[in-house]
Design a protein around this ligand. Sequence first.
Ligand SMILES: Cc1cc2nc3c(=O)[nH]c(=O)nc-3n(C[C@H](O)[C@H](O)[C@H](O)COP(=O)(O)OP(=O)(O)OC[C@H]3O[C@@H](n4cnc5c(N)ncnc54)[C@H](O)[C@@H]3O)c2cc1C
Ligand code: SF4
Length: 559
Amino acid sequence: MAEQSEELVPRESMDFDVVIVGAGPAGLATAISLKQRAADAGAEVSVVVIEKGSAVGAHILSGAVIDPVGLDHLLPDWRGDPDRPLKTKVAKDEFLFLTARRGVRLPAVALPKLMDNHGNFVGSLGNVCRYLGRQAEALGVEIYPGFPAAELLIGDNGEVVGVATGDMGVAKDGEPKPDFTRGMELRAKYTILAEGARGSLTKQTIARYALNKDSDHQKYGLGVKELWQVRPEVFRPGLVQHSMGWPLPNKAGGGSWLYHFDDRLVSVGFVVHLNYENPTLSPFEEMQRFKTHPMIRDVFAGGKRLGYGARAIMEGGWQSVPRLSFPGGCLVGDSAGFVNVPRIKGSHNAILSGMLCAEHVFEALTEGRANDEVSSYEEAWRSSPIGYDLKRVRNVKPLWSKYGTLVGIGLGGIDMWVNELLGYSLFGTLKHGKPDYATLKPLDQVTPIVYPKPDGVLTFDRLSSVFLSNTNHEEDQPSHLQVKDMGLQKRSEHDMYGGPSQRYCPAGVYEWVEDAGGVRYQINAQNCVHCKTCDIKDPNQNINWVTPEGGDGPNYVDM
Ligand SMILES: Cc1cc2nc3c(=O)[nH]c(=O)nc-3n(C[C@H](O)[C@H](O)[C@H](O)COP(=O)(O)OP(=O)(O)OC[C@H]3O[C@@H](n4cnc5c(N)ncnc54)[C@H](O)[C@@H]3O)c2cc1C
Ligand code: SF4
């Protein structure tokens, strides 16, 4: 049993066959597939999904160009559904290599077929999740938005037996407020973690059961996104454009996306790989600079910025996938690390992994098992379409990291071509370099990057951007951004690295403020957009992201 303070009333508990943490594509596909299997077998299975966002989709941020393979398998009739969430088909695929003033459009024939987007759809993954949520509820899945899973419940034999939602109405000093409400225990035969990139319970579970002992460490990027409505003259429905190169220096990896869809909407974003070295680099400002490129800026002239947000993306791929099963549960989707990095796509694998997991968990349930390890799921994924998708591109990210943008992209491209034509990689399976938190150089060893000031028309500051994320946190609650050792933060993060959290955080949460008392670390936790970058990139792993009160965080629309 999880520990409970003696003064607190015991939590009420509810029992289910399966509890799923996270209403993203992975969690919802798991739930739908379990119910479909039960209906086919004439069996009953009780499934609950809990979601920390105020509604399904509120915390979902993605590009998104979506490979429909997952949806086609999960809901074969979705394309004919008038309520379908994806309506814009990819019409044209462009890839640019940018220098500061110019750019080269790479011919489509030069791009590996693995990168081809024809047949895919452009849209909002948040809206896909809202659609999946409706489908799941119609099948009898219980979905509770506004309830973060704050704690794993551990049984007598060390197995996971469910999760507890967080207490509500706790003051900053930890004391209960008049509206205090105890969290609930959701007990289950199997607990599925579908928290997305760097989930807080997934992190604990991987550590508790040493799920990554045989895998390479995980790698991440940070994606910063804006949603615009643009002039009709520049709108090209179904255009999918990616770029690499400027504004990032050769040693920092990443690139942009620009997707045209629906009613004159353009999703624009920039991913920075979090293994960058220069602590003065700001992914937010790189994204702002990108929009000013002569080949890009005209798209936004006269347009209106509608939305803003940011989210970490998994980049470790095949060699970083941890063991997927543990006593009492499984990892699915980005919790498992199923993103194909060169394609910047994970939502199809999130859905496919939910279905694969459901297949094995349902089998275990029908055999009358509970709270044991569903190791058949772990054994199945590498030979499934997910394994096929990830294995072929496994060396692209290590090549980018090792050789920088110019040479790395070239080698990664050649590797994908060879894989496509001959079915193997020239490089075996490369290892990733250091974990992302260990790549920063001390401030005195780098040339500080100076960013231009925002113009308020095409480029913006953090605070006006965060406003568009509609993020909101109850201020009188314990901070969900826990700095374990404040002395270390000052000595190292501030004195040695120059306070990189002030620049990597895309929401302006962290500030080193100088006043009469000296320098202090100010944490504006209410601005947090739940991207999880601080949990990943802090050079001492001294920041721990935990779930805030239920429903807090961004309220993304069409993201
Ligand atoms: C910037 C960016 C661009 C991308 N572009 C594309 C693209 O164009 N195409 C594509 O296919 N993929 C893209 N991806 C990847 C894709 O978005 C992910 O692979 C996919 O969202 C993973 O689905 P998931 O269900 O595993 O996790 P998520 O979509 O992250 O969903 C997880 C859900 O769990 C909830 N949650 C987390 N922790 C808890 C908790 N403790 N308690 C309760 N709820 C919790 C979250 O609020 C969220 O709703 C992109 C990702 C990023 C970050
Ligand atoms: S505080 Fe951390 S999780 Fe929140 S927005 Fe900033 S970097 Fe992201």
